[in-house]
Ligand binder design. Structure first.
Ligand SMILES: Nc1nc2c(ncn2[C@@H]2O[C@H](COP(=O)(O)OP(=O)(O)OP(=O)(O)O)[C@@H](O)[C@H]2O)c(=O)[nH]1
Ligand SMILES: [Mg+2]
Length: 234
């Protein structure tokens, strides 16, 4: 992927979307006191983290995604039992070179974690324990809900990770397991269910209004992202 060719407008859209979190009063549909939860999506490169988050927030399958650099923010407000809950989703980079300077930001004040692997890639599944370890190393507490997701279930003939093996791993960590496809439109509600499961758990866990990311945090990430894009010559 030619990083230099990644359209600048894409970043601007992402970041202006995030900036708008600061200006929640500008969104009529968004009650001023809506609680915000930060969910990070973690896993090897190419497993479909961007497509899954796009499916949930944008409603469609994102064709021709580029590798994520640093982080892309997406958000969706859901109504749960009459309460608006804003899910701020951090779509992280799977490639080490695009994530290494961001890792601390990923885990800071996170409310839930989604570990994604690709059911057609055994190696991405074998990486899951490493991602879980990274998460623990960053002091993410045991009460922070975690979910495991096997993506690309539409590629039935290419499956390398049996459900039984995935279930076994998920059980060993006591995580729920979802297998789904960001691509298959018939799986749309299943993708929603992943995020809504977390939203329900978070809703009951956290009685307080949560702090929104500051403009400074966002600008800091934006600057880092620009630097990484500029220094990458692949
Ligand atoms: N068949 C199929 N392809 C998918 C699915 N989800 C994603 N893909 C494809 O998998 C490739 C990688 O998708 P991305 O969403 O960019 O992967 P990623 O995990 O965000 O990758 P990084 O940003 O590099 O960490 C793309 O070619 C997508 O079209 C799916 O559910 N089914
Ligand atoms: Mg991505």
């Amino acid at each position: 992927m030619a990083i230099e060719n990644k359209p600048r407008e894409e970043f601007d859209t992402v970041f202006s979307r995030n900036d708008s979190l600061e200006l929640s009063s500008h969104h009529d549909h968004d009650p001023a006191h809506a609680r915000i939860f930060k969910i990070i999506v973690i896993g090897d490169s190419n497993v479909g983290k961007t497509c899954l988050t796009y499916r949930f927030c944008g409603g469609t399958f994102l064709k021709n995604p580029e590798a994520t650099i640093g982080v892309d923010f997406r958000e969706r407000t859901v109504e749960l039992d009459g309460e608006s809950i804003k899910l701020q989703i951090w779509d992280t980079a799977g490639q080490e070179r695009f994530r290494k300077s961001m890792v601390e930001h990923y885990y800071r004040s996170v409310h839930a974690v989604i570990f994604v692997y690709d059911v057609t890639s055994l190696s991405s599944f074998k990486s899951v324990p490493e991602w879980i370890e990274e998460c623990s190393r960053h002091c993410v507490g045991p009460l922070v809900p975690r979910i495991m997701v096997g993506n690309k279930c539409d590629l039935r003939d290419r499956r390398e990770v049996p459900t039984s093996a995935a279930q076994c791993l998920a059980d060993s960590y006591n995580f729920p397991l979802f297998e789904t496809s960001a691509k298959d439109p018939a799986e749309k509600e299943h993708v929603d269910a992943i995020f809504l499961t977390l939203a329900y758990r978070l809703k009951s866990h956290k009685p307080l209004r949560l702090k929104q990311p500051s403009q400074t945090d966002v600008r800091h990430l934006w600057n880092q992202k620009e630097q990484e894009s500029a220094s990458c010559h692949c």
